[in-house]
Design a protein around this ligand. Structure first.
Ligand SMILES: Cc1cc2nc3c(=O)[nH]c(=O)nc-3n(C[C@H](O)[C@H](O)[C@H](O)COP(=O)(O)OP(=O)(O)OC[C@H]3O[C@@H](n4cnc5c(N)ncnc54)[C@H](O)[C@@H]3O)c2cc1C
Length: 543
């Protein structure tokens, strides 16, 4: 191995991406005294909250549990308006954080990283951007997001449409005028489900194109008033303790019981309570055995199906909206107010693609096997190339010629969901096998904290290099493959398996062991002085 010098790098820590994870990584790097810089493809910070600016885009994590918890002052001074905030407020919050902690001068927006090459001789990453700049960094933290590459459906003629067409994940900055327009929404996941009720009263007509029905349930949002703010401030330490230890990263209080603890009548009353609970509490505060006991899950699905039948006036539409191929929780459920109610409006229709698939898009609208429909606006609410999309498009080449795009063609292999063998000094918090399916920032904060603590430790102990060994990676991947079938998000046709992207290999992309397994693996690795061989020192040029 060659000798290296600190003069050989432009920056010690390069953070790629300025979403909720990248901003935190940058904050921690600067606070720790590293020279650090962030490059962000968008013209502003915020990540998904910069890109997804469609009407009614909002959290389904409670606002104050999603926001940062590293600073009590920040927690107290930012007064969220709603339990589940909308996109403008979230984007405002992330900009506030960037300014409050003096991070903006360390962020280059409008700068996309197009290649990252490991240079073994210099123990350095050589990174180039779409502006033609080159930068040498000792450590790279690629916080490029699991849901940052919009996925368009592979339908013939997408480019032929002469009206307006937008993906929810790449929404224009000038608000779209829906007034009196004929609109198609393709996709009924969380984004499509949020958009429909938000525009239905403005448009002339809206058709929602649905491939697979989802178990959508009400969000049950509420404004946050003075007393609630006070309560949140008063309980900051308690809240932090729960958020950093709960398996899901949420505050919801668990049900404390199994389905078998209740009689059939008590269960129905409990399901009513769950129906009225906020957001993800329908999963996290449900019976302990809801996701492991098929019978009770089927019973809950029947309860939900009855709700849909009660809400939706047209029985045929109601039946089409009821999932038949997966249990509650097997796919990521959307939490949205007034979704099913929207189909009772005379100008809203459901088009079930299983019955009448799209044949093509043309200049004026969409052809299905049934007929042609004219539109002014087509919205693609068709999700993202989840987990691997951004990383495999960034031209990452590691040691021994590893090309991430090729190496991950059969699915990603990694250690702890944020590092990989043959990718020295390269971290990707929030990457594949990173999140466990709960409140995202709490999972990624665990990762970022560990990464930065490791960089500080490396600096203090004379290490210049971190790379998990093949044995570390194999052990982690064995855990992923063993536990994946047991995960609650186990429907193989979900985006958590990459199934929404045609041709993408189906591999489980979450961490099925959750936070507990993550910490078990990380603690084991960091139990020895050199992290089980993951940390190494490189000879330095003496000056
Ligand atoms: C509409 C929507 C709502 C959501 N709601 C919730 C929620 O309520 N709760 C929850 O837990 N999760 C939610 N999520 C999941 C969400 O992905 C995470 O909460 C979180 O935003 C991920 O943060 P991140 O910083 O890892 O990635 P992102 O926010 O995606 O940020 C990554 C950034 O990296 C940039 N980037 C990518 N490639 C490059 C490159 N080559 N060069 C430079 N920059 C690059 C992108 O432009 C992007 O700004 C939601 C996602 C969406 C799309």
């Amino acid at each position: 191995m060659a000798n290296i010098s600190d003069d050989d790098v432009d920056v010690e820590v390069l953070v790629i991406g300025a979403g909720v994870v990248g901003i935190y990584a940058l904050y921690r790097a600067i606070e720790a005294g590293f020279s650090a810089l962030s490059m962000e493809a968008g013209d502003g910070v915020g990540g998904v909250w910069y890109w997804n600016r469609y009407p009614a885009a909002r959290f389904d994590s409670e606002s104050y549990t999603y926001g940062y918890i590293f600073s009590k002052e920040l927690f107290e001074e930012w007064r969220w308006k709603e339990e589940f905030a909308t996109q403008p407020e979230i984007e405002g919050y992330l900009n506030h954080v960037v300014d409050r902690f003096g991070l903006r001068r360390h962020i280059r927006t409008g700068t996309r990283v197009v290649s990252a090459l490991w240079e073994e001789a210099g123990n350095v990453w050589v990174v180039t951007t779409d502006r033609g700049d080159t930068l040498r960094a000792r450590w790279v933290i690629s916080a490029t997001g699991g849901l940052s590459v919009p996925h368009y459906p592979e339908i013939e003629g997408l480019d032929d449409f002469r009206g307006e067409a937008h993906h929810t994940g790449a929404w224009p900055h000038t608000p779209l005028d829906f007034d009196g327009k004929r609109v198609a929404i393709i996709g009924n996941g969380p984004s499509g489900a949020q958009l429909l009720p938000a525009i239905v009263d403005d448009v002339e007509a809206v058709d929602l194109y649905q491939r697979t029905p989802t178990w959508t349930t009400p969000l049950n949002n509420a404004p946050i008033a003075g007393e609630r703010h006070q309560w949140l401030s008063d309980h900051f330490d308690e809240i932090v303790a729960i958020l950093t230890s709960s398996p899901s990263g949420f505050l919801h209080e668990p049900a404390g019981k199994f389905s078998t603890d209740d009689s059939p009548e008590e269960r129905q009353a409990f399901y009513e309570k769950i129906w009225k609970s906020p957001g993800f509490a329908k999963l996290t505060a449900n019976y302990y055995d809801m996701t492991t006991n098929r019978e009770v899950n089927l019973e809950f699905c029947e309860f939900l199906a009855d709700k849909i039948r009660t809400i939706v006036d047209d029985p045929m539409t109601a039946e089409r909206l009821i999932p038949k191929d997966h249990l509650f929780g097997a796919k990521r459920p959307p939490f949205v107010a007034n979704y099913f109610e929207s189909f009772n409006k005379p100008n809203a229709s459901l088009i079930a693609l299983r019955e009448t698939p799209i044949v093509r898009v043309d200049a004026t609208g969409i052809d299905t096997t049934e007929r042609h429909r004219d539109y002014d606006i087509i919205v693609y609410a068709t999700g993202f190339d989840f987990g691997t999309g951004a990383l495999t498009r960034m031209g990452v080449r590691g040691r021994e010629g590893l090309d991430l795009h090729v190496d991950w063609a059969d699915g990603p292999s990694d250690f702890a969901g944020f590092s990989a063998h043959l990718l020295p000094n390269f971290f990707f918090p929030g990457g594949p096998h990173g999140a466990g399916g709960g409140n995202y920032p709490r999972y990624s904060q665990d990762q970022v904290d560990w990464i930065l603590d490791t960089l500080i430790y490396a600096r203090e102990h004379g290490f210049d290099r971190f790379e998990p060994t093949a044995a570390h990676q194999d052990a982690w991947m064995t855990m992923v493959e063993t536990l994946a079938p047991l995960s609650i998000f186990s429907a193989e046709h979900s985006h958590y398996y990459g199934a929404n992207v045609e041709g993408k290999v189906r591999k489980f992309l979450l961490n099925p062991g959750g936070r507990a397994k993550l910490h078990e693996f990380l603690d084991e690795m960091s139990a020895t002085h050199d992290f089980g061989g993951a940390l190494t020192a490189v000879a330095r040029v003496s000056v």
